[in-house]
Design a protein. Structure first.
Length: 652
């Protein structure tokens, strides 16, 4: 296969935005599309190799898998090995257990499935998971397993159908992906069936180059056509990198922008075109050559720097870690990747032996980490134990985890058969339960909560990385059942409502109306819908009391407190100034200020913060379990100190 420098340059164009996106540079809000470019390149190169060797009659499946093992596993296993001691030193048990699961997932070529079933790709997930980026390797590895077998079958029975099969597979996969972008965004993002069309684009390009018709080639290879379409491809990638963000339904039709752009570059760029010459510069080619190692290194570097820092690392530290990806990439490319690619250095038997040993070793370490709950017996640098820290950070489900995510009248989710207080909302309503019970242990409560689903009767969030139209329909079904239950139960006197409200007011977000329409999210529209819900509750004879979300500063405060305790440091380092409260909390308070003249609003920031400082702990008590939610003990401490029950009912 003839070497094309511009392909390595395209790899550089793919990896740099990914690294800058993960580093949090806001101008690269769509940098995640670099992975899609890699998929197109992989589809092109792998198909070219297989079809070329099939034409020559020299293709062997064992040799193909050997080359893939040489290419992927040595550098991957090396980065995983180097990550182990830092994980041991810096990861708290929950994160260590999660890291241990990822060791197993990566080794079994299934990390994309693991992360799909976990917390997803966005927000804190990408910031705190050292091996999250390996999901894309798992997609490619699964492709390497099935695609050669498919081509071998087609070659034997229906060779002339190969291109048509690529097109059909791509079309089916694309339309499934478009559906998934709105109905199951997490699975859509991570899994091979909804990414296969991107690889198929590359496969179709490979077929074109190998079997192109002379007339088509003459037209498409005209210099002006090549210059224009190559430049168009580069502009399409640039648009996706700088304009897309986490609210973009992705992948799906939007992903055509970077993938078709990459395809145009592969087809039309060469040493004779402007784009080809740009991509063929020594700097971009050099970055492209080490792009795989750079991709492997950047995520652990960024994540471990966040875990190592007592609060959040500075922008300078993050930028330094992102930049450090490249010299480390050069070293692993030079001393790990290149030697393993040479059969004279490591023979076939050695490659397969080391691959098996590496996989088994990491699976074993990962399994031990899972069984021991993240090596929870590790020594700490203070008197507090990791078990007690883990208990402090336990997810606050309220009365019971059974209450989460579904409408239920279970006895686990009520303290009385005739409840007087309904706690309704999402996880920000759940975390108030302990506070109410700490102020009055005899409070008659029923909990109706669903994460992400705020206390709005007639609208639900319908787009973004966490929500979809089908999810919104489920939320509306849940709130509809709450409404009907309240109409039938006259014992309820008070409705305690809470949410972060971000999903209802954030710019570019959408809301699904109960009547089926899609509304743009905004503070004013959310206030209008919330006011309708509050009026309806009052008409039922129920007094609504709205709790604001706690103050937040974009720092994982629970993790900060835990690290300070674990390392014997001062927890006051986690406290933050009132001026540092994040914009999304400020906007939530703007929403609540629009309804405070007609309904009772309790601002938690007024309880947690003074004029200058927001506290994160009362002595040894953590107020927060993460960057947003109250811990069990924190909720209880606030509820007891400020008498939540009296705030709600007015009773003494």
């Amino acid at each position: 296969m003839k070497y094309r420098a511009e392909i390595d340059g395209l790899r550089a164009i793919a990896v740099i935005p990914v690294i800058l996106f993960h580093a949090g540079f806001e101008y690269f809000s769509g940098g995640f599309v670099g992975v899609d470019i890699f998929f197109v390149i992989s589809g092109y190169l792998i198909t070219t190799i297989i079809l070329s060797e099939k034409e020559k009659g020299i293709f062997a499946l064992a040799n193909f898998y050997e080359r893939r093992a040489r290419r992927i596993l040595p550098a991957l296993f090396f980065v995983m090995l180097v990550s182990l001691p830092f994980a041991w030193l810096w990861l708290l048990p929950y994160y260590m257990k999660d890291f241990s699961k990822s060791l197993v997932g990566v080794s079994l070529f299934s990390s994309n499935i693991l992360f799909w079933r976990g917390a997803g790709y966005w927000g804190s997930a990408v910031e705190l998971k050292p091996l999250l980026h390996t999901w894309s390797l798992a997609v490619e590895e699964q492709y390497y397993i099935f695609f050669p077998l498919f081509l071998m079958l087609m070659w034997r029975f229906r060779k002339r159908w190969i291109l048509g099969s690529f097109i059909v597979i791509a079309a089916i996969s694309l339309f499934i992906s478009e559906w998934g972008a709105y109905n199951n965004p997490s699975a859509n993002f991570f899994l091979l069936p909804t990414r296969g069309w991107e690889l198929a684009i590359g496969a179709c390009i490979a077929f074109y180059f190998l079997y192109k018709k002379e007339v088509t080639h003459t037209v498409l290879s005209h210099s002006l056509v090549a210059e224009a379409l190559g430049l168009a491809g580069l502009l399409m990638i640039g648009y996706a990198v700088f304009v897309f963000d986490e609210t973009t339904p992705f992948p799906g039709f939007y992903a055509l922008m970077p993938t078709v752009g990459a395809g145009l570059i592969i087809i039309f760029s060469s040493a004779d075109t402007l784009v080809g010459r740009i991509l063929g510069t020594k700097l971009l080619v050099g970055i492209g050559l080490i792009s795989y190692s750079a991709y492997l290194w950047h995520q652990p570097l960024l994540v471990f720097s966040r875990h190592a820092s007592p609060t959040e690392p500075s922008d300078l530290v993050i930028a330094t870690m992102a930049a450090l990806s490249f010299p480390l990439a050069y070293l692993s490319w030079r001393f790990v990747e290149k030697p393993f690619r040479k059969k004279g250095v490591f023979g076939s038997k050695a490659v397969f032996t080391y691959s098996v040993i590496g996989s088994v070793t990491f699976v074993a370490i990962g399994m031990v980490g899972v069984v021991t709950n993240g090596f929870n017996g590790r020594p700490t640098q203070s008197q507090i134990t990791l078990n007690s820290i883990e208990h402090k950070l336990k997810v606050n489900h309220g009365l019971s985890e059974a209450c989460e995510g579904q409408f239920t009248l279970s006895a686990d989710c009520r303290t009385s058969d005739e409840p007087e207080i309904i706690l309704w909302g999402d996880s920000f309503a759940m975390h108030l339960v302990e506070g109410i019970l700490a102020s009055n242990s005899n409070a008659k409560i029923i909990q109706m909560t669903k994460s992400g689903c705020g206390p709005f009767f007639d609208v639900a969030p319908a787009n973004g990385p966490y929500y979809s139209v089908s999810w919104a329909k489920g939320c509306l079904e849940f709130t509809g059942k709450v409404r009907e239950w309240l109409k039938e139960n006259t014992s309820v006197k008070y409705a305690v409502l809470s949410s972060p409200f971000a999903q209802y007011i954030s710019e570019n977000s959408k809301l699904l109306s109960r009547h089926g329409g899609i509304l743009p999210a905004s503070i004013s529209s959310a206030a209008k819908e919330f006011e309708k819900t509050l009026v309806e509750l009052k008409n039922m004879g129920i007094t609504p009391i709205v709790f604001s979300p706690p103050p937040a500063n974009s720092v994982n405060l629970g993790r900060c407190l835990a690290k300070a305790d674990w390392r014997g440091g001062d927890k006051n380092v986690c406290d933050f100034g009132v001026g540092e409260i994040s914009g999304i909390r400020v906007n939530a308070n703007r929403l609540l200020n629009l309804i405070k003249n007609t309904s009772t609003v309790i601002h938690l920031d007024e309880l947690i913060c003074d004029a200058l400082l927001c506290k994160t702990h009362f002595d040894s008590i953590y107020l927060f379990r993460d960057g947003e939610h109250l811990s069990y003990e924190g909720s209880a401490a606030l509820g007891k100190k400020y008498d939540f029950f009296k705030m709600i009912t007015g009773e003494k």
